[in-house]
Design a protein around this ligand. Structure first.
Ligand code: ADP
Ligand code: MG
Length: 628
């Protein structure tokens, strides 16, 4: 029991402003990259054409964003750090049609409460600038200060006064790469605006204001990727989709190279990520994420982008028709990408290693990490803005520190080898790898697994098992679709021992399995009998098919008539029956395999999306033998 005097004390108290702001900061400011996002958005809202982002220690020690935008006068500076102080919203009605990136008036107040900040600004046309400081929520007077037109906001020592938050900060290289990711997404979204990022005084990223979308992708991710992209362009009513998709071989484990821009803003929306993955279905290996840069313009009434203060997720109204439209058009472009696994890229990965070991290798263009196109020749040494007053210093870009970060967190842009070929490969032009020969031998069978043969401009290596598997799968799938599965009945049914629960699992689906050519019957307790399998299967493996079925049905929990289950069952059946590595093939076997493969939509990957063939062009050979 508490005594009376304690009870008289009110337990509820209104929090002070600084604590309130720190709590609000928890919503929007997680790490240095959030500072970068908020400050760069403010610069863009201020109408900047040049944005400079200076970082130290991954942004933990310093984030300074300088712009040449409209600037802030004395009255603005007095209010800038106040919570809910914004120039972008006046009335509730304004909320319905917000054109700016910010509008909550929360960011600066939050940032000011968890770091040491300085704003210097000069309004366009004014003769003098001003400055205000804010140290963990304690604000200075606004004073006159010499400053160029525009605004510079400096944030030092993030979370210096909230140690609990500081613990979530990761290694410098991780924080730097997150900051870069933010700027790079912004830079791709905003053509017409130049961006420069420095880290510890060294330039780590830049795009010039004049660069278009593709040029920005090239600068950010290198020529090899940029040259391999296929354009997407489609409209339906007020919905427009434009951008680029990359060949499946560029896929990676994360979505770092998957960028969606919705009505001009970078978004990181789970649904859109899923749509793109779905569009690549059948072309990607398990667990891989495709690479694409896509811009979606929608009637703003059909989408809510302000769900969360970090604004990365969106909410679509009327999703279904939109996703249908996206899927169809993405898939069409993906089909036009170069599905082959060129030997050249293997050579390049070797070269990349060499470059990393010895950045000064004379004959290989030095790849400047995440900073650029990879071709020093393609980068004019121009600085985007004289006003920022520093020069580009290209030799510094190869510094070991930046390089190390680059090696861990980014793929180094490729030496500019792809550019000659890239001109046709970049557009949706003819597939440069498409065989134009008559498929006649001679063939060299290596280890009874790989077939090698000369093609008009080089040679290719075919994985016979992978190719045959693709073929069998495609035929099976067609048969099922057309309801024409031919069944080969076994003279003597093959008996497979299964557990009681698996028996139950299978026995519930005997009819639908029969429709895809798998004829099973229960044969007493704990035994299944396989009576027939699709005639397409060359070396049928009844027991293997039953085991795979149990695994797939158990894992997916779906009936065999579900489309993706059918596909998986057919994959596994095809895999088990295909020409195994180790089969000796005659010349005519090989030729007929290749001829049939040519008719497929894509014969470049097996159903598990491993490559079926790898091609070395003459150019690759010349490079390998140092003829060029
Ligand atoms: P919001 O962007 O949501 O309005 P912020 O806290 O980010 O809120 O910024 C508060 C206000 O400060 C903005 O509305 C804007 O008027 C001003 N401001 C912030 N950054 C800049 C800048 N770089 N240039 C000009 N004005 C700025
Ligand atoms: Mg803002």
């Amino acid at each position: 029991m508490t005594d009376a005097s304690e009870m008289a004390q009110p337990r509820i108290a209104v929090l002070g402003e600084v604590v309130r702001n720190q709590i609000a900061a928890g919503e929007v400011i997680e790490r240095p990259a959030s500072l970068v996002k908020e400050l760069v958005e403010n610069a863009l809202d201020a109408g900047a054409t040049q944005v400079l982002v200076e970082l130290e220690e991954g942004g933990v020690k310093l984030v300074r964003v300088t712009d040449d935008g409209c600037g802030m006068g004395v009255e603005d500076l007095v209010l800038a750090f106040e919570p809910h102080a914004t120039s972008k919203l006046r009335s509730p009605e304004d909320l319905e049609h917000i054109a700016s990136l910010g509008f909550r008036g929360e960011a600066l107040a939050s940032i000011g409460s968890v770091a040491r900040c300085v704003i210097q600004s000069r309004v366009r046309g004014a003769s003098l600038g001003h400055r205000i400081e804010n140290e963990g929520g304690r604000r200075s007077e606004v004073r006159e200060a010499g400053a160029p037109t525009g605004t510079s906001i400096e944030v030092r020592d993030l979370f210096y006064n909230t140690p609990a938050r500081r613990r979530f900060i990761k290694r410098t290289s991780t924080e730097l790469s997150r900051c870069l990711d933010v700027v790079q997404r912004m830079a791709l979204a905003h053509e017409g605006i130049g961006f420069v990022v420095t880290h510890g005084g060294k330039r780590v990223f830049d795009v010039e204001a004049s660069m278009d979308f593709l040029a920005r992708i090239r600068r950010t991710f290198g020529a090899e990727l940029a040259d391999s992209l296929v354009e997407v362009k489609a409209s339906h009513g007020t919905t427009h989709l434009t951008g680029y998709v990359a060949p499946p071989r560029f896929s990676r484990r994360d979505t770092a190279r998957q960028m969606w821009f919705l009505n001009g803003r970078p978004v990181r929306d789970k649904v859109l990520i899923r749509v793109l993955k779905e569009a690549y279905r059948g072309f990607l290996e398990e667990g891989r994420q495709p690479v694409g840069f896509l811009r979606l313009a929608l009637d703003p009434a059909l989408v809510d982008v302000n769900v969360h203060p970090a604004k990365a997720e969106v909410r679509f109204r009327d999703q279904r028709p939109l996703f249908g439209f996206l899927l169809e058009n993405l898939r069409e472009a993906i089909r036009l990408t170069d599905m082959s696994t060129p030997g050249e890229s293997m050579l390049l990965s070797r070269q990349r290693r060499l470059v990393r070991e010895d950045p000064n290798q004379g004959h290989l263009p030095v790849a400047p990490g995440p900073l650029g196109s990879g071709s020093s020749g393609a980068r004019p040494g121009s600085t985007p803005s004289g006003e920022f007053g520093f020069s580009p210093a290209p030799q510094e870009r190869a510094s070991s520190e930046v390089r190390e970060v680059a090696g861990k967190d980014f793929i180094l842009p490729q030496p500019d080898a792809g550019s000659e070929r890239g001109i046709e490969a970049g557009s949706a032009g003819p597939d440069p790898w498409a065989p134009v020969d008559d498929l006649r031998g001679p063939y060299l069978q290596v280890a009874k697994t790989y077939l090698m043969r000369a093609v008009p401009d080089g040679f290719e290596i075919i994985d016979q098992h992978a190719l045959h598997e693709r073929l069998t799968f495609e035929y099976l799938r067609r048969d099922v679709r057309e309801n024409k599965v031919e069944v080969q009945r076994l003279l003597v049914p093959e008996l497979v021992d299964v557990s009681r629960s698996d028996l139950e699992l299978l026995s519930g689906h005997l009819e639908s399995l029969g429709r895809i050519g798998i004829e099973l019957a229960v044969f007493g307790e704990g035994t299944m009998a396989v009576h027939g399998l699709p005639a397409r299967l060359r070396h049928p493996d009844p027991e293997g098919v039953v085991r795979d079925l149990i695994e797939i049905l158990g894992r997916t929990g779906k009936p065999p008539e579900a489309e993706d289950v059918i596909e998986e069952v057919l994959h596994s059946a095809a895999c088990r029956s295909s020409i195994m590595a180790g089969d000796e093939l005659t010349e005519s076997d090989i030729q007929s395999l290749l001829e049939r493969a040519r008719e497929l939509e894509t014969d470049q990957t097996c159903p598990h999306s491993r490559p079926t063939r790898v091609k070395f062009s003459l150019a690759d050979l010349e490079r390998a033998f140092h003829r060029r």
